[in-house]
Design a protein around this ligand. Structure first.
Ligand code: HEC
Ligand code: HEC
Length: 425
């Protein structure tokens, strides 16, 4: 144990050096994913130091560094619209000396204090927040138009930057130009793709490679005179390319995963007229019954009247479970958590079901936004996707039921006062 503490102290010193802004002797680089590597190490009883170094090296070759981003060589033709180097360069780099948002360093100026320079969700002010700022490295996003498994659209990310996420620390950025917002959107996608690639390379190392003999990447073999080493190098690059292609395809495919919805025959909240107001009232009543009923079971978490006080105990989100419950550690077990928290995990906080009445609808308050939240749930959070009926008459919810629930939710959600514009300095 003593020895472990010592290693930790050294590691922490090293990582805080990496995380410290404007350090004179600093080679600015992304922080390796110590947390995920250690979670895998603990669950599989492995040493992933070498794979972590290998992954960092390959990812740096493909994605560049904090101050000098690159577009991976794979991203030509069909991936050309995904990331623009020009935009990444606006977002990357040291923050400008003045408080005015400029033409470089936007991410570190506007976002990194919360989300961390590497998108690890652990900026210097993150620990006091609830919910914590998002970690982008998993590639999971909560509020989006496409279906549950999909990546968000660029427009979805843009909306979040412009509107903020109500009742969380995520501000709305009203002073940034459209060009600046677009560059930050690309940068979030860039951080997310490189983070997801790193995670998947570590997973590959933990589960698919014999670590005594195999490496995930060995750059020095690129120009080796040994044919076997050279071909192994090519296999390593091919394997990583395959993983990156899958991730990039998921981003590219997102627009195809936006489903069209048929509007119901009854009015939707806010769109009713004097003639059909009574139909809306009926729909809201049906929605209320569904809300407290067994099939939709919303009240289990949100409570009988939607105030977020249901009987089911609050659970942890998937970002937290990933390095706790998933590897057999209870999120309340302080001692077991210690080495993981030293590597970037923030003290687990259960995710409370939303008080719907208070009206902080983070995914937007258009009826279609609420429809999508109910239909797909909130991925990464404990809010489940609706249990839809497999066919007409089968148990489960119908499209009309979902619209009744939308009407009910909108009828109880008060309009909250405008959120403070934290980012307007
Ligand atoms: C003061 C802290 C803070 C700052 C600054 C901040 N965020 Fe956030 N951000 C958060 C928090 C907290 C969440 C998580 C909210 C939640 O889970 O409901 C979040 C969530 C997000 C999400 C995830 C949305 C989703 O659908 O899952 C994105 C994307 C995001 N922020 C981007 C940014 C960008 C880009 C910037 C800089 C322009 C930024 N944030 C600045 C606190 C912050
Ligand atoms: C297992 C618990 C659980 C169940 C069941 C559940 N929810 Fe939720 N719901 C949550 C949690 C947790 C959040 C907050 C997620 C977050 O902040 O990341 C939430 C958030 C919401 C939101 C806020 C969305 C936004 O844009 O901010 C709405 C609306 C909502 N739920 C409606 C419903 C409805 C309607 C049902 C039933 C069909 C339901 N929920 C069932 C746990 C649950």
């Amino acid at each position: 144990m003593k020895q472990q503490r010592c290693i930790l102290a050294v590691m922490l010193a090293a990582s805080s050096m990496v995380g410290c802004d404007n350090g004179a002797n600093r080679t600015p680089n992304f922080e390796p994913n110590y947390l995920y590597a250690h979670a895998l190490e603990k669950s599989e009883d492995l040493d992933l130091a070498q794979p972590l170094t290998d992954a960092s090296q390959l990812i740096e070759e493909w994605f560049g560094t904090l101050n000098d981003p690159k577009i991976p060589p794979l991203f030509t033709e069909e991936y050309a619209d995904l990331l623009s180097l020009e935009k990444l360069k606006m977002a990357a780099g040291d923050p400008p000396a003045s408080a005015e948002p400029g033409t470089t360093g936007l991410y570190r100026q506007q976002c990194a204090s919360c989300h961390g320079e590497s998108g690890q969700g652990r900026g210097p002010v993150a620990a006091s927040q609830n919910p914590y700022p998002r970690e982008f490295r998993h590639g999971w996003f909560k509020y989006k138009s496409p279906n549950r498994q999909s990546k968000p659209l660029k427009e979805d990310l843009k909306r979040i930057l412009v509107q903020g996420l109500a009742d969380s620390q995520m501000p709305k950025f009203t002073k940034l130009s459209e060009q600046q917002i677009d560059s930050l959107v690309d940068y979030v996608i860039y951080l997310s793709i490189r983070g997801e690639l790193e995670r998947k390379l570590l997973y590959l190392a933990a589960y698919d490679l014999d670590l005594d003999s195999a490496r995930i990447y060995n750059a020095s073999w690129k120009s080796s005179s040994d044919e076997k080493e050279k071909s192994t190098y090519q296999e390593q690059v091919d394997a990583a390319t395959e993983i990156l292609t899958e991730i990039a395809d998921a981003w590219n495919d997102a627009p195809d995963r936006v489903e069209e919805f048929v509007k119901p025959s009854f009015p939707i909240f806010g769109q009713e007229t004097d003639e059909n107001r009574s139909q809306l009232k009926e729909s809201i009543e049906k929605g209320q019954k569904l809300f407290v009923g067994d099939t939709a079971a919303c009240a289990k978490c949100h409570g009988q009247t939607g105030k977020g006080d249901g009987p089911q105990a609050a659970d942890y989100d998937d970002w937290t479970k990933d390095w706790t419950i998933k590897i057999g550690i209870q999120p309340t077990d302080a001692e077991e958590l210690l080495p993981l928290m030293a590597r970037g995990g923030l003290k687990p906080q259960p995710l409370k079901p939303r008080n719907i009445v208070a009206g902080h609808l983070r995914g937007g308050r258009d009826p279609i936004d609420i429809y999508r939240r109910i239909r797909y749930g909130i991925p990464g959070a404990t809010m489940p996707a609706a249990a839809m009926a497999a066919s007409e008459g089968a148990p489960g919810l119908t499209q009309d039921d979902l619209w009744h629930l939308v009407n009910y939710v909108l009828s109880i959600a008060e309009v909250p006062p405008p959120m403070p514009v934290v980012a307007d300095k």
